[in-house]
Design a protein around this ligand. Structure first.
Ligand code: SAM
Length: 236
């Protein structure tokens, strides 16, 4: 059921998923159910909603052609693996790094990657510390995040680790464009330039979700991100 729904949903979004990818989504779903019995991974586990809310929603930018071939991608605040793992399942050409402040969820993700035969780097760190590390600073083609923070702190997490010419991409609700307007100053200070938010549809749902892409047009000043906790307590 999972494999079929994810395949049909992706096809309706204009994305052809092979059998291997569909099988990996089904296995991932089983592991989420199993893992959720041991720890808090997600409140959405009813099969149809999990496919739509977690898998298909994560795949929106792939369907929209927003992810370049072979890109280095970091998913900040990945939680139970969204959107990073669905991106990798659908696009094994990507080089993925998964970051979260919660070790338990990352251990779960290590097991999922092994079970699916996929590779990704896993980093247990707060976003504010991650993008200060020299090896991750301005290193990624793409930094993505879903359901992690409002746009201003989120950009302070994401833009410092995006290379110039790369993109920070976040999944937002219907107010993506307004949130981006409110965070104009932060985006500018961090070296970004927002594109107009793009509304996308998840098949069979009337959700009004948006993708907010911010181009990295200038280097992020060394003073950002500020120390852990500050971006969300005192947004730029
Ligand atoms: N992105 C996933 C999704 O869409 O289902 C998880 C969303 S969950 C609501 C937020 C996740 O972001 C949690 O796993 C939390 O530990 C992580 N997180 C929040 N702030 C963070 C920070 N400053 N650094 C690293 N991880 C953070």
């Amino acid at each position: 059921m999972i494999a079929q729904r994810v395949r049909e949903g992706a096809a309706a979004m204009g994305l052809a998923l092979g059998e291997e990818a569909a099988g990996r989504f089904a296995r991932y779903y089983d592991l989420l159910v199993e893992g959720n019995a041991r720890m808090n991974l997600t409140t959405v586990l009813e099969p149809e909603e999990a496919v739509d809310r977690h898998f298909l929603d994560s795949l929106a930018p792939v369907a929209l052609g927003m992810i370049p071939e072979g890109a280095t991608v970091v998913d900040v605040g990945t939680g139970a693996g969204f959107p990073g793992l669905p991106l990798l399942i659908s696009r094994p050409d990507l080089r993925l790094t998964l970051v979260d402040a919660l070790a338990k969820r990352l251990n779960f993700l290590r097991g999922v990657l092994d079970a699916l035969g996929l590779e990704a780097e896993i980093v247990h760190m707060r976003a504010e510390d991650f993008s200060r590390r020299v090896e991750y600073r301005e290193a990624f083609d793409l930094a993505v995040a879903r359901a992690v923070a409002p746009v201003s702190p989120l950009m302070e997490y994401l833009l410092p680790c995006v290379r110039k010419g790369g993109v920070a991409l976040c999944w937002k609700g219907p107010e993506g464009e307004r949130e981006a307007q409110d965070a104009r100053k932060a985006i500018f200070l961090l070296g970004g330039k927002a594109r107009p938010a793009v509304e996308y549809a998840v098949p069979n749902r009337d959700w009004r979700h948006t993708l907010l892409a911010v181009d990295k047009v200038a280097s992020t000043p060394k003073s950002y991100p500020r120390k852990a906790g500050t971006p969300s307590k005192s947004p730029l």
